[in-house]
Write a protein that binds this ligand. Sequence first.
Ligand SMILES: O=C(O)Cc1cc(O)ccc1O
Ligand SMILES: [Fe+2]
Length: 436
Amino acid sequence: MSDYEYMSGFGSFFSSEDKRCPNSLPIGQNSPQICPYGLYAEQLSGTAFTAPRKENLRSWLYRIRPSVMHEPFLPFAGKTGLCTDLNTRPPNPNQMRWKPFDIPLNDRINFVEGLHTVCGSDDIHCNNGIAIHVYLCTISMEKTAFYNSDGDFLIVPQKGVLEITTEFGKLKVKPNEICVIPQGIRYSVNITEPSRGYILEVYNNHFQLPDLGPIGANGLANPRDFKTPVAWFEDNEKEFQIISKYQGQLFTATQSHSPFDVVAWHGNYVPYKYDLSNFMVINSVSFDHCDPSIFTVLTCPSLRAGTAVADFVIFPPRWAVQEHTFRPPYYHRNCMTEFMGLILGKYEAKEGGFLPGGATLHSKMTPHGPDYNCFEKATSAKLVPERVAEDTQAFMFETSLNLKTTRWAEETCQKLDREYFTCWKGLKKNFNPHSS
Ligand SMILES: O=C(O)Cc1cc(O)ccc1O
Ligand SMILES: [Fe+2]
């Protein structure tokens, strides 16, 4: 039997017991005087106790020992490329593009040590903002579990499969799948090859499915395609390091047992994964280019209706059929900040220079759009039905916030492509006042 078993649904109230301990979930109440099998009951709250019912997120865990049994936290002395305090960084409005970030093949670096912040907003201390990281790792996490006190991680593997053991059970996440590990949930990442991927971290709120409006009840990412693991536990007395990211800094605490000792759980605050190939693409079948919000997989809303803290948007394989239309993305300036990555293949607006494992950043109101080659090709193309972006997957983290880039992103990683601006240089003046 596979190690990986899931329950389907988004925002559902799940219940799960490890099969080795039937009836381990208390019936009819959360906190009996004595729990089945002598387990401890522990609540994990993902929203304020008093959050409105439709937003309220919490789970009850039934575990061998409560999470509180650990030595005091100390500052983490290991390697890390995390930088979520961006106050001292200068703003930079330029179009930016990075060549694929290098995986440190000659070093032994695990998922947590391999986290590098590319850009983020300033205000981690006020639960306001986002950070965008990449992970570049070569080994599995051994006897170590990580949790993020600051917000949720939306993880986008680009190279290598992630085998993630969480307090709620096990997830296997391949490139072209994504997962969300909400704030506070402990997990450990196993890899089977040198691995790379992108992470969107949000501090304000949790991810939701976008409203569908006139699209109706079905489409885009459908709730039943989200997968949450079934309960799984280990019972051992091995020493574990628990690493916490708290206010942007890493801390570590030792404990004398595995944190993956949850025998049963129930609730709606859970980790989940989603296969991007399940996305039902909706687009124009007449003319013109729709805004990329039609490709939103998940959104982290702000208090301002329709303006996200951050959206996760994909550019999946699809048919392009629009008539008398410049089909690629339009030239534009946006009041939102756009960070893009490429999981596989090519991105239609820029077939050269933007490669899998690389990235681009177009900040608020910074102009961008198709490069010279794309413009020339699209303005002379015969507009027959065409597959766009076959075997490809680009994505965008779009945020209403201002981002600053880290020193690692601009200098240390040596991947910033200083020639990026030249991809638009060849665009010709085609203006002819005598043609109409
Ligand atoms: O800039 C980009 O490439 C992303 C993008 C794609 C698109 O189809 C329309 C607008 C937009 O910002
Ligand atoms: Fe854009």
